[in-house]
Design a protein around this ligand. Structure first.
Ligand SMILES: *Cc1c(COP(=O)(O)O)cnc(C)c1O
Length: 365
């Protein structure tokens, strides 16, 4: 019989490895592995989600006009240059599908998001991994890697799992020095957590002033809606027009649209989540540093704790699991000595710090 073969590139995709969410033998776990909001969604968003149930027989809006108008209002953006997707992952997929294909190269960086090479291969394109310098994206190394086949550059800013920020002037330099026919995609999944002193606009000004820059954002992180699957992109109108051609007309449910809008409009809740994150992020980084576990200054809702080596990171992870605490190993992101730890609420941060203290004391004993 003849083999039914998939398109080139598809079988090169490794199946996505999700982080753990259970520990054998533990009924209560403290999950600090997926950068979820420890406070959950806004109570107003929960109420809207519950009230949406009786209308689930109705097809949703196909143009997402209300959610786009709300995003435009809150972020002071033109709603006609916004597109919504099933998580920002889907928006990233539209971009790769529309602008790359076999023979094209897609640049991403050493510790970049694992979805980027997957998306490139889905489109038949070739992912090209560029080193970072001390866990920070290096604009010159990206520019050096550009060839005549490069079509797209992915930048996660702030980075995941590094938590570091490429300063605005460096992002602007990258945009200016990339050839005009190459798209720069700025993935701002953690943009809401950036420290105010960084004066960071997530790439909005670059989208407004250039024809080849796209910004993506998500409701999965600070809005606590990872399970709902809503994200959005902001791009020049010509690009939005292209992306909308591959978007399925009913990609977002009416429940998703209404819930995301309610979450977006609850600014008091957002402020509380950001304040708590900033407070406990600094507290936790300080505690771990005092225990001999340094981390780079984080602009996100996690820290990348660095141990002496992979052995120590794995031993610490094993101890955390005995206490029902789940963090993310990041050897697959080129950081074998690291553990990525989501900032929990006060109780979660204190439990984590106490466990790492016990690990360090046990190692000394
Ligand atoms: C979490 C995350 C996203 C968001 O993905 P969604 O599909 O919106 O849930 C995107 N990029 C990075 C780097 C992330 O960490």
């Amino acid at each position: 019989m003849t083999q039914i073969t998939p398109q080139p590139g598809i079988m090169d995709i490794a199946l996505y490895q999700a982080g753990k969410s259970h520990v054998a033998g533990q009924t209560r776990v403290l999950k600090l592995s997926a950068n979820e909001n420890p406070f959950g969604p806004s109570p107003k968003a929960i109420a809207v989600a519950q009230s949406a149930a009786p209308d689930l027989h109705r097809y949703p809006s196909t143009d997402h006009s209300e959610l786009r108008a709300a995003i435009g209002e809150i972020h002071n953006l033109d709603p006609d240059r916004i597109i919504c997707g099933v998580g920002s992952d889907e928006v990233l997929q539209f971009v790769v599908q529309c602008y790359t294909g076999p023979g094209d190269e897609v640049i991403y960086t050493e510790h970049g998001f694992s979805m980027y090479p997957i998306l490139a291969r889905q489109a038949g394109a070739t992912p090209v991994c560029v080193p970072e310098t001390n866990r920070v994206v290096d604009v010159d190394l990206i520019l050096n890697a550009v060839t005549e086949r490069t079509r797209l550059v992915f930048l996660t800013n702030p980075g995941n799992p590094t938590g570091t920020l490429l300063p605005a002037d460096e992002v602007a330099r990258l945009a200016e020095q990339l050839p005009d026919h190459i798209l720069l995609v700025i993935d701002g999944a953690y943009a809401e957590f950036v420290r105010p002193e960084a004066r960071f606009d997530a790439g909005v000004n670059l989208v407004d002033t250039r024809a080849n820059v796209i910004m993506t954002r998500t409701f999965s992180k600070v809005y606590g809606l990872g399970g709902l699957r809503v994200g959005w992109g902001y791009a020049p109108r010509a690009i939005i027009d292209v992306l909308n051609r591959v978007r399925q007309p009913f990609n977002l449910s009416n429940l998703s649209l209404a819930t995301a809008e309610a979450a977006l409009r609850d600014r008091d809740y957002l402020d509380m989540c950001r304040r708590e994150n900033a407070k406990w992020r600094d507290w936790l980084a300080g505690e771990l540093a005092a225990l001999g576990v340094p981390s780079d200054q984080s602009h996100t809702n996690f820290i990348l704790a660095r141990f002496a080596d992979q052995n120590e990171a794995e031993a610490c992870d094993a101890l955390l699991q005995t206490r029902g605490i789940i963090v993310r190993k990041v050897a697959g992101y080129g950081l074998p000595e690291g553990l990525r730890i989501t900032i929990g609420d006060e109780e979660g941060c204190r439990a984590l710090a106490a466990a790492i203290r016990a690990f360090k004391e046990g190692a000394r004993a």
